[in-house]
Design a protein around this ligand. Sequence first.
Ligand code: PLP
Length: 282
Amino acid sequence: SKMLYNGQIMERDNVIDIEDRGYQFGDGIYEVMGVYNGKPLMMDEHMERLERSAREIRLTLPASTKVLKNNLEKLVEVNELKEGIIYMQVSRGIASREHGFPDSKTPAITVAYTREEERESDVEDQGATAILAEDIRWLRCDIKTLNLLPNVMAKQKAVENNAVEAILHRGDTVTEASASNVFIVKDGELYTHPADNYILNGITRRKIIQICNNELNINVHEQMYTVDDLLHADEVFISATKLDIIPILKIDDQTIGRGKPGEITKQILQHFRSLYEKGVRN
Ligand code: PLP
């Protein structure tokens, strides 16, 4: 399949320069977007978040998000992608390796590719196991940067324990998971960490909050909660573009609720699915 490189669609090889700052410093940002029925989902939100990430790390995007969006749509078309994801990253360009920014004439480098991927409906329906891990990331987790080593280490710990995710906590406070947001249900209401510098404000997370507020009439509290609250919740689920919504039935050795997907989680998941069957564009 083809890739996008600085606005051009080309073959996927020999394009990464060893002095790309994304490669050497993780100096860049990225987005992962879902594609369903050949249509990219919630593109405007992803483009808006990309712009914000760029601004926060003082990176100038090489093109308007409108142009970027058009290019990504073209890529999906050329690759005849029906169901899967688009990965896109923008690095601070190619320059002789110095930590400080390259001069302002050095253009940012944009790359994107697509990957066919089926939704894991069975995991969504049956639920999965998670583990706990200490959140050792920096204090700007709100930026979707290429620096993912702490996330990689946490996820690997999950993999080695046959778990779907590592749920992170800073001291007693649950933040999010290595590559997803975390929600708990207590007495019919939802709790999730507020969208501050300690978490990435997921597009899926925002959609869930919106659905609960506007359609399902479920109260959502964007407030901090503890590891103890997590382990004693009625229901726990995680959310991300790549995995949608997955009920968590066990964390380390602790069974959550009745040990099966909860009613509120199922209700949200069902509503969420009906959204992209309709081809949500926003
Ligand atoms: N939190 C982290 C650390 C992530 O890496 C991701 C996405 O991969 C998410 C949350 C979920 O974000 P989204 O719903 O936009 O995919």
